[in-house]
Design a protein around this ligand. Structure first.
Ligand code: ZN
Length: 472
């Protein structure tokens, strides 16, 4: 044992006592893809005594660019089988269990509660949110990692000690979310991200005390294009739907339900032969709706009303929440294709009227803005109220205080990668006493529109503007 672990036992942060803790440690890695392939060998090499990996995929040649635990000889084999074999070869002194299955509602409680630390190596939002919510419910630390294209994020979520995933991003992006197959991904960046996740998992198993500080409450973000990385403070939301109340009230949602495909206003406007279904209540419909839309209140659907006989429809409501439930019900009928309007009726209104300045109009018309705005209406109820009242224009949104307006605009510009507009809003925000930390938070929220683009770039623009305005 001492020879195998000699190089780490001499670290004062580990020592013989730490090595014993690792040997007794139990780690669960969700996914044996790119992240898992980087996390797992380092956990095994470090002597984490019990490692479980769950995945239901087989090794494909296109995986080998980043999933370096496998090789040509593993093609076609279940990933967990090939992974377990390699890890056992790497370290026969530990117990490795490969589960060729999907993590779902039936097995998640048993799996989480028999492990000390959970590592998210999944590649889809449904699983990420299921794991994250379950970690709050069953009180387990979660080492979160995500890579999109050339950008990566890592943090530790642990309810009671820091934020949960939903404190940062209340809901999974339901629109077009690029995965590796669509957006592409740099294999070496995936490896780096997984290695950092492994370090965090090892620290958690050692017990983070004064000397070792986990990434709980801090978000590591890296842009591989220019090598910049940054740690951003992330905070608990006191009104978080998952971690602020009793764990008994946390309802887990299976990862297998198909997500509603959302389209933006510009795309919806080009569809012919599609029917708009307004699933809001009749009084909301009467107050304003998309011309030609059919009103089918969600409450009617839920009480068993038969929907009209349509083959293709675009659902909309106020925020998107009712559409997702409605889509689940409509799937039981003969509908060929169901889509949701991203940003709901407010986004439609914003794109057609009520916009005063050209800049606002550009912001709202660029594809992801209604969605970005949705993020903020989640966080700031006063924005939501003002937004629907004023037909979507921020400039006419009277009740908003200057500070909130500035933060919303910063988030929107960050999400839309508008450098000069972002800088000018940062300078304005500074004049209204907005702190650098609040600006960071707005950027994190604003850049979670499609995957996680431009967080670091936006922060660099903001830092420049902050430095300028503090000088001046
Ligand atoms: Zn939370």
């Amino acid at each position: 044992m001492s020879e195998r672990y000699a190089k780490q036992i001499i670290l004062p942060e580990i020592g013989p006592a730490g090595q014993k803790r690792l040997a007794a440690g139990r780690a669960l890695c969700v996914g044996a893809g790119g992240l898992g392939c980087a996390v797992l060998p380092y956990l095994a090499g470090a002597g984490v005594g019990h490692i479980t990996v769950i995945d239901n995929d087989r090794v494909d040649r296109s995986n080998l660019q980043r999933q370096v635990l496998f090789g040509e000889s593993s093609l076609g084999r279940p990933k967990v089988e090939a992974a377990a074999e390699r890890l056992t070869d790497l370290n026969p002194d530990i117990e490795v269990r490969g589960l060729n299955a999907r993590l779902d509602l039936d097995n998640i409680e048993a799996l989480l509660t028999e492990h000390d630390v959970i590592i998210d190596g999944s590649d889809n939002y449904a699983t990420k949110y299921l794991v994250a919510d379950a970690c709050v419910k069953f009180d387990r630390p979660l080492v979160y990692g995500s890579v999109t294209g050339m950008e990566a994020l890592v943090t530790v979520f642990h309810a009671g000690h820091g934020p949960c995933l939903r404190c940062l991003f209340p809901e999974a992006p339901t629109g077009w979310v690029p995965n590796c197959a669509e957006a592409g991904v740099l294999g070496s960046l995936v490896g780096m991200t997984g290695s950092l996740q492994a370090s965090e998992a090892i620290k958690l198993l050692l017990g983070c005390n004064g000397e070792l500080e986990s990434l709980c409450g801090r978000l590591w973000a890296m842009d591989a294009r220019d090598g910049h990385s940054r740690l951003m403070a992330v905070r608990r939301r006191p009104d978080c739907a998952v971690c602020s109340g009793s764990v008994d009230n946390i309802v887990l949602h299976g990862a297998t339900a198909p997500a509603l495909r959302e389209i933006d206003v510009a795309e919806a406007a080009t569809l012919t032969d599609w029917t708009f279904l307004d699933v809001r209540e009749p009084d909301e419909f009467a107050a304003g709706h998309i011309s030609g839309a059919v009103n089918l209140p969600l409450s009617d659907l839920q009480s068993g009303h038969t929907p009209p006989n349509l083959s293709r429809c675009v659902l909309y409501c106020e925020s998107g929440a009712r559409c997702r439930t409605a889509a689940e019900i409509l799937r039981r009928y003969d509908y060929q294709d169901i889509r949701g309007l991203r940003g709901g009726y407010p986004a439609w209104q914003a794109s057609t009227r009520g916009l005063h300045s050209t800049q606002d109009k550009e912001l709202f018309m660029s594809n992801d803005i209604p969605y970005t705005f949705g993020r903020f209406t989640d966080r700031f109820p006063e924005v939501a109220a003002a937004h629907s009242q004023m037909g979507g224009s921020l400039d006419s949104a009277g009740p908003l205080d200057e500070k909130t307006r500035a933060l919303v605009k910063i988030g929107i510009c960050a999400g839309a990668r508008l450098e000069s507009a972002l800088k000018s809003h940062v300078r304005r925000a500074r004049q209204h006493g907005v702190s650098a930390e609040e600006i960071e938070h707005a950027i994190v929220l604003g850049t979670n529109t499609v995957g996680f683009p431009s967080t670091v770039a936006a922060w660099q623009w903001a830092s420049k503007a902050l430095a300028d305005s503090d000088k001046g």
